[in-house]
Write a protein that binds this ligand. Sequence first.
Ligand SMILES: [Zn+2]
Length: 385
Amino acid sequence: MASVFDDLVGQEHIIDILKGAVAASRTSSESQEMTHAWVFTGPPGSGRSSAAVAFAQALICPNLGCGACNECQSAATGGHPDVEVIRTEGISIKVEEVRELLTRVAWAPSMGGWRVVMMEDADRLTESAANALLKAIEEPGTRTVWLLCAPTLHDVLPTIRSRCRHLQLRTPSIDAVTQVLIKRDNIPPTMADFAARVSQGHIGRAKFLATNDSARSNRKAVMQLPLQLGSLAAAFQAAQTLIDLATQEASTSSESRNEKELEKLQEAYGKGATGRGMATGAAKAVKELEKEQKSRATRMVRDSIDGALLDLATFYRDVMIVQAGDAGSIINTDMKTEVVGYASSISVYSAVQKMSAAMEARKHLAMNAAPLLICEALMCELARR
Ligand SMILES: [Zn+2]
């Protein structure tokens, strides 16, 4: 029988634990033993939120997570009254948002089973928000299960993580990602292999690259940057180019989404409604929406810059691999000549430094430093011979 856990690529080690918990949650005598708070961690793209969603589905599905019934489907799309999914488009989750959430989930589950609250970005909780949440996790309604997701355990406040059961997801192998792209998304094998390889196990990124021409050509342009750093002026130019490409990629995917949201909102208020209360209500809602969209756009640009930095890092990783005498296992096989040439032009020490500089830049970006400054500093470092 099909199961919601089938889609979790390369996570066999946690699927058994989750299935066990779901089985235990069904026997009323054991319900006290059900763990009420879980933290899912894993590198970006490993599918930590997909794992949490699958768990939520299995907890409320009469068939232990069949993926096909109404419960399973509404849980996945956010339409189930007992499943609350908190996704933030902004940079942080504030205490007001957590308080509002707590009043919303204070009721007993409507269907009589479990209420599941899943938080996709528990690492974005501000300290006061985390403290508000802590109280709820410490004294959970006996039928509420909390599923928190974060990149690493260190991103979650110690007081919270000590009360949660921790599940660590693995980065799926390139081969596993390739197979999913071929079987699930009908992507041709050569393209699936390329996308899986350059995305290094990040399933979402792999699918995006495999199905999006402009994303592929943007990536190609980013990968040319290390070869264009002949002068300081060129380094500054390269930084600007990286920002421009990332911004462009982020805005193409958010523009159509923004328009749809606005249309939906206008429909809800009735286009052309003339009542005075109606008009001010609509204007206020549009303003709120625009604010949300702006904050999401900022985050999407940051994510996109982060992706570009990760791509750049693969270039220097390949250079190091070639210097170590293993040209057969490079990621960017389409740039082999360039990588080999570059590898012979710099020292091993310098290649290591450049790769760490790219990773360091990602760290600074995650800490909210100004993107252009980060990229300029990085490109200057990469230009050094
Ligand atoms: Zn189901």
